[in-house]
Design a protein around this ligand. Structure first.
Ligand code: ADP
Ligand code: GN1
Ligand code: MG
Length: 365
C-alpha cells in the first residue's frame, strides 16, 4: 500500500516538503518509515509510524499513555540538564492537537516522533559493552518512571506477559490448527507442553502481592534502545507501546532473551544459537547498578528465572502464530515464525542448564 506521505505528514505540526519516506528499522509490529522533510533549505528527519490497528484497538488511549510517559521523561531529562529531544522519545503532534493522526482515506492511524539523531538501535551487540549500556538505559528508564503515577496508564494489551494466559492461547491455536501445520512441528509443541509448570509462577507471585507491580517497558529488546553511534553510551529507550504495570523480571528477562543470543532471533542454523552467559553477566551488572536500591528480595530471586520465562513465552507466541497462519508478527519468509520459535526453545534449553550459575551472578551484583 502506497501512501501520499506529503498529505500524511502535512497533517502534523511539520512545515515543509517530504523529500523521502522509506521503510525503516526491524520492528515486528508497526510499520515504520524514515521521513525526510525539507524546509527553507534545511532537511529534518522524522520517524513516521503506521500504528498496527489490528493489535491496538484503542489508539487514542495508547497514544495518551505515550504522551503521558514521554512528558514525564522529557521533564526529568530537562531537569538533569539533558536534551529531551534526543534522550526521550518525543511525540510530534497533529495539527488538531492530538498525538496521532487518523486518516479517513486510508482508515489508518499514523504517529510521528522526533528522529533521535546520531544514535543506533542495534540488532545485536556489535562492539563489546553495548549490551551493558542497553542495561544501563533500561535501568535508568525504570528509575525515571519510579515516581510516575501508574494509575494514569491504560492497560493497552492486558495480560501481555501473563504466561498462563499465553499458554491457554497456545493450546487454543493448537486445537484449531487452522492450516494443518501442527503435525509437522510435534517436537516444538511438546517442548511447550512439557514446561507448563513455568507459566503460573510469576503470575501467582503478582496475584498474591509478593511480587511488586511497577511501571515497566515490557518489550526491552536491544533494538528498542538507541545508543550513541560513536560512544555507545545510552541515548534513549524507544518503542513505548507496551509501557504498563508489570514486573522488572519481565523487563530483565526479555532483554536477556534477545541480547544473550549468539545469533539472530530468526537464525535457521541452530548450531549458531547459544546462550552467552558472559553477556548475561554484563547485563546484570549494568541493570542492577542503574536500578539502585529499589529492588526487593522476591524480584532478585526471580530475575534469572524471568529470562527463561520470557524466552519460553516468546517462543510459544511465535509457535502459536505459526499455527495461526502468521497473523501477528510480521514475517518475511516461509516458516519465519517457526524459525523464531526454534531459536527461543534452543535458548531456553541452554538457560535451563545454567540457571544456578545465572542466579549466582544476580547475587554477586
Ligand atoms: P515496532 O513496535 O514495530 O518494534 P519501533 O517503535 O521499535 O517499532 O521502531 C522500529 C525501529 O525504528 C527501531 O528499532 C529503531 O531502529 C527505529 N526508531 C523508532 N523510533 C525512532 C526514533 N524516535 N528515532 C530514531 N529511530 C527510531
Ligand atoms: C514484538 O514491536 P517489537 O518488534 O519491538 C513484540 C514483543 C516480542 C518481540 C519479539 C507489542 O516486539 O512482545 O517479544 O516482537 N511486541 C508486541 O521480537 O507484541
Ligand atoms: Mg521495536
Amino acid at each position: 500500500m502506497k501512501y501520499d506521505f506529503q498529505k500524511v505528514i502535512g497533517n502534523f505540526k511539520i512545515t515543509g516538503r517530504v523529500v523521502s519516506c522509506e521503510r525503516y528499522g526491524e520492528g515486528h509490529i508497526n510499520e515504520t518509515y524514515l521521513a525526510v522533510v525539507e524546509n527553507e533549505g534545511v532537511q529534518t528527519k522524522y520517524i513516521l509510524q503506521k500504528i498496527n490497528k489490528n493489535l491496538f484497538k484503542e489508539v487514542d488511549k495508547l497514544m495518551n499513555n505515550i504522551r503521558l510517559v514521554t512528558e514525564h521523561t522529557r521533564k526529568k531529562i530537562a531537569e538533569r540538564g539533558g536534551d529531551p529531544d534526543r534522550e526521550s522519545l518525543s511525540v510530534v503532534y497533529a495539527r488538531d492537537g492530538k498525538p496521532y493522526y487518523y486518516s479517513e482515506e486510508y482508515d489508518e492511524y499514523f504517529r510521528v516522533y522526533i528522529f533521535i539523531t546520531d544514535a543506533i538501535a542495534h540488532q545485536k551487540e556489535e562492539r563489546a559493552g553495548q549490551f551493558y549500556q542497553s542495561a544501563v538505559a533500561f535501568g535508568e528508564f525504570a528509575n525515571m518512571l519510579a515516581d510516575f503515577d501508574a494509575s494514569q496508564l491504560y492497560e493497552v494489551l492486558p495480560d501481555f506477559h501473563n504466561t498462563a494466559k499465553r499458554f491457554n492461547d497456545f493450546k487454543a491455536s493448537l486445537a484449531a490448527d487452522k492450516l494443518g501445520r501442527a503435525a509437522g512441528v510435534q517436537e516444538e509443541i511438546n517442548f511447550v507442553l512439557e514446561r507448563e509448570k513455568y507459566c503460573k509462577s510469576l503470575v501467582n507471585l503478582i496475584k498474591t502481592g509478593q511480587m511488586p507491580l511497577k511501571v515497566t517497558h515490557n518489550d526491552t529488546k536491544l533494538n528498542n534502545v538507541m545508543l550513541d553511534e560513536k560512544t555507545d553510551k545510552p541515548v534513549a529507550v524507544i518503542d513505548l507501546d507496551t509501557v504498563m504495570p508489570g514486573t522488572i523480571c519481565y523487563d530483565f528477562g526479555d532483554s536477556i532473551r534477545f541480547g544473550c543470543n549468539t545469533a539472530a532471533e530468526d537464525e535457521k542454523d541452530l548450531s549458531k544459537v547459544n546462550f552467552n552467559i558472559n553477556l548475561f553477566e554484563e547485563y546484570t551488572k549494568g541493570y542492577l547498578s542503574s536500578l539502585g536500591e529499589s529492588i526487593t528480595q522476591v524480584e532478585k530471586d526471580n530475575l534469572a528465572f524471568g529470562a527463561i520465562l520470557m524466552t519460553y513465552e516468546c517462543g510459544m507466541r511465535f509457535l502459536a502464530d505459526y499455527l495461526d497462519g502468521d497473523i501477528y508478527f510480521r514475517t518475511h519468509r516461509e516458516g519465519h515464525n517457526l524459525d523464531r520459535a526454534r531459536t527461543q526453545f534452543k535458548l531456553v534449553s541452554d538457560m535451563e542448564k545454567c540457571l544456578d550459575k545465572m542466579k549466582g551472578i544476580v547475587n554477586k551484583y
